[in-house]
Design a protein around this ligand. Structure first.
Ligand code: SF4
Length: 151
């Protein structure tokens, strides 16, 4: 029987923690109306890129792998690489990062007030620390790093 892999166990636990955080966020929705306009996915227009903790990146990488991809897709227009150019939908919508769940466009009601979700942000930061992370990183960089880690 192979020896337990502590790093793999820590990743599995972190993924479960982040999924719990996403579930809790969904249970306390403010008056927002994301109907997948994908306005916030147009980084070249918004000038804002989601910043992911290590646990969020692991969740996103897991979903991307489940879709049959081993690397982040490339886009030349500056939009999020996870925005499917064919369907114009998010490739990992159910596993999208915390920032994508709280940064609503103006038409959808605007960004969640930070104080309403600060406890969940702290938990994401704690999970990051448990994984040896050093804070949040831009989406591409964070997911590339997660994809490079052993599953
Ligand atoms: S991860 Fe999905 S929801 Fe978030 S910016 Fe990219 S395409 Fe949009």
């Amino acid at each position: 029987m192979p020896a337990p892999d502590p790093a793999a166990a820590a990743q599995k636990s972190a993924i479960a923690d982040v999924q719990d955080i996403y579930r809790e966020l969904e249970e306390r929705p403010l008056a927002r109306d994301c109907i997948r306009r994908t306005t916030c996915c147009q980084f070249h227009r918004t000038g804002k890129i989601p910043q992911l903790t290590r646990g969020e990146a692991l969740v996103a990488a897991k979903a991307l792998r489940a879709s049959g991809r081993k690397t982040l897709p490339t886009r030349s227009d500056g939009a999020c690489p996870l925005l499917d150019p064919v369907t114009s939908g998010c490739l990992i919508y159910n596993a999208r990062p915390f920032g994508c769940r709280t940064h609503f466009c103006a038409a959808a009601g605007g960004t969640y007030p930070r104080e309403r979700v600060i406890d969940l942000i702290r938990r994401l930061e704690e999970t990051d620390q448990h994984l040896g992370g050093d804070g949040s990183h831009p989406l591409n960089q964070a997911i590339d790093a997660a994809l490079a880690t052993k599953r």
